[in-house]
Design a binder for this molecule. Structure first.
Ligand code: AP5
Length: 264
């Protein structure tokens, strides 16, 4: 299990799989998208937010990685092909991703809300996702856009270690596990992701600039974007995120949330 309150098995496995335990009804339900460059810390913030809000962390990257582990997801030919794109740092074709998300619409409807991480990632995906939400009579509450200079993002990726079992994320210096190389949550040995190799990281950053950054404009125009400065410790960024959620809740105008904005 991750630090999150749900096993996310319905999301990770797809098909007819149901989560054994439904998330508790949150005091305030959030349906959010997390945006930002690869390695900016979206997954780390999602873990912290899930602990607090009880919301599910729905990561498309985790679906693909789960497909590599027997028993965690059914590895269809499309998922098998997706793993090749991922390894090189390229985006998986929109159609594959959209099929996976449509198959998991139950997770989008979940009574606990959702934190989507890694989806949508192109304007075409965002347009299709808007149609899915319309069909389900659901609305996004906000899009949290984490922003950090690319050289700092690359340093975060270089030290990342992940748990193959529960998907928890650590960093060798900024977020080390209690015991070196071992997951705090489930005790499995931590691994370095294949796409964190320098050549794949370079491709991922280029792809981000070309295909994903335009999404900030897409969501700004719809009044959903909140940009959060991702400099500082995970806890500091988490506090900024909570402030951002407060502004979403009160309907205050959306702005960039930086360390100065919360009086650090
Ligand atoms: P995905 O799994 O979504 O990866 P990503 O977007 O590249 O994001 P990451 O998981 O790498 O980074 P993160 O922002 O979550 O950072 P983290 O919290 O781990 O996608 C992988 C691949 O799948 C894609 O390249 C693509 O091929 C495919 N894919 C997925 N979705 C797709 C889609 N919709 N369409 C097409 N293809 C798709 O943090 C990074 C490190 O920094 C960690 O070690 C962490 O401990 C550390 N850290 C975090 N915060 C801080 C901090 N404040 N200070 C210091 N260190 C920190």
């Amino acid at each position: 299990m991750t630090a999150s309150s749900s096993s996310r098995v319905a999301w990770l496995s797809g098909g007819d799989t149901q989560c054994p335990v439904l998330p508790p009804l949150p005091s305030r339900l959030f349906r959010l998208v997390l945006l930002g460059a690869p390695g900016v810390g979206k997954g780390t913030q999602a873990e912290l937010l899930c602990e607090r809000l009880g919301t599910c962390h729905l990561s498309t990257g985790d679906i693909f990685r789960a497909a590599k582990n027997p028993g965690q997801a059914k590895c269809s030919p499309a998922l098998d092909a997706a793993l090749g794109y991922m390894k090189r740092g390229e985006l998986v074709p929109d159609q594959t991703v959209l099929d996976l998300v449509r198959e998991r619409t139950g997770c989008i409807r979940c009574r606990g809300g959702f934190l989507l991480d890694g989806f949508p990632r192109t304007v075409a995906q965002a347009e299709s996702f808007a149609r899915i939400l319309d069909q389900e009579h659901l609305q996004l509450d906000g899009v949290l856009n984490y922003d950090l200079a690319i050289d700092k993002v690359v340093a975060r990726l270089g030290g990342r270690r992940t748990c193959p079992g529960c998907k928890a994320v650590f960093h060798v210096t900024s977020r080390p596990p209690r015991q070196e190389g071992i997951c705090d949550h489930c005790g499995k040995s931590l691994l370095q992701r294949e796409d964190d190799r320098p050549e794949a990281v370079r491709v991922r950053m280029e792809v981000y600039e070309k295909s994903t950054r335009p999404l900030t404009e897409f969501y700004r125009k719809r009044g959903l974007l909140v940009t959060i400065e991702a400099e500082g410790t995970p806890e500091e960024i988490y506090q900024r995120t909570l402030t951002a959620l407060g502004s979403i809740g009160s309907g205050k105008s959306r702005k960039r949330l930086s360390s100065s904005a919360i009086g650090r």
